[in-house]
Design a protein around this ligand. Structure first.
Ligand SMILES: CC(=O)[C@@H](O)[C@H](O)COP(=O)(O)O
Ligand SMILES: NCC(=O)COP(=O)(O)O
Length: 238
């Protein structure tokens, strides 16, 4: 079975649009858990344009499933994660002005930096995952950072699948096989949707977790949150 971790950044975006507490982020997260998702993901960015640092601390007090915090490990982020003690942290090399995450780590160039940060998180018993492009060289070198898992960056798959190019999944399957050989767990995320998740799950071996936000929240506007989550869970079972 592959776990579904719902990314709730977009709920915070909606809330922040009016400056109040509608929709209520914590209630949303709790409902996502009630509807069967196995985790909640947030990606606090330094400008706090959606998830605020305080949201992360507040969520920790109410969540009953896996809490995954994603972000660039600048000092402020590291402190927040250590204070929150989530089940998993996913390190992403975001540029400060990035609209959204748009690249994985260069696991060769940044090996020493990643190793240092990962060691600190692991000392605090927080599972670590690093965001990587579907590139076999980067996956092979991910092991040396000490990470427990990789998160395969799936934007390219989503784009090509939408254009009818099903071969796009092959490199992800290769990366997942290599990761498994090296003892790394495999997560995936970015632009996954009800359209493309079934094929990805079918073809990528050993997929432990997907984190999905943008498409899932959009789909929920049409289908409702509970129905949407249940549809994902159906694709991800086994
Ligand atoms: C790491 C990743 O894949 C991103 O999709 C991210 O978690 C989403 O961030 P935004 O919601 O800020 O676009
Ligand atoms: N790690 C990916 C994530 O959390 C959600 O990405 P997206 O579905 O919002 O593109």
């Amino acid at each position: 079975m592959t776990q579904l971790s719902v990314n709730i950044n977009k709920i915070a975006t909606l809330r922040n649009a009016r400056g109040g507490d509608v929709p209520n982020l914590l209630q949303f997260a709790k409902d996502i858990e009630i509807f069967g998702a196995q985790g909640i993901t947030v990606h606090p960015r330094p400008d706090e344009r959606h998830i605020r640092y305080q949201d992360v601390l507040d969520l920790k007090t109410v969540l009953t499933t896996e809490f995954n915090i994603e972000g660039n490990p600048i000092n402020k982020f590291i402190d927040l994660v250590l204070k929150t003690q989530p089940e998993q942290v996913t390190l992403v090399p975001d540029a400060i002005d990035a609209i959204t995450s748009n690249a994985g780590w260069d696991t060769i160039t940044h090996k020493d930096f990643l190793k240092e940060v990962i060691t600190e998180f692991k000392r605090n018993k927080i599972r670590t995952s690093i965001f990587v492009d579907p590139n076999t060289k980067m996956v092979k070198n991910a092991h040396a950072t000490g990470a427990d898992r990789i998160e395969l960056y799936t934007e390219e798959y989503a784009k090509r699948y939408a254009m009818g190019d099903k071969n796009a999944v092959e490199i992800y399957a290769d990366c997942a096989r290599i990761a498994a050989e090296m003892g790394l767990g495999v997560n995936a995320g970015h632009d996954l949707s009800l359209e493309n998740i079934g094929y990805f799950k079918e073809k990528v071996p050993g997929l432990l977790e997907v984190s999905i936000g943008h498409a899932l929240i959009t789909e929920a506007l049409y289908l409702g949150l509970e129905t949407t989550i249940k549809k994902y869970l159906k694709f991800l079972k086994e």
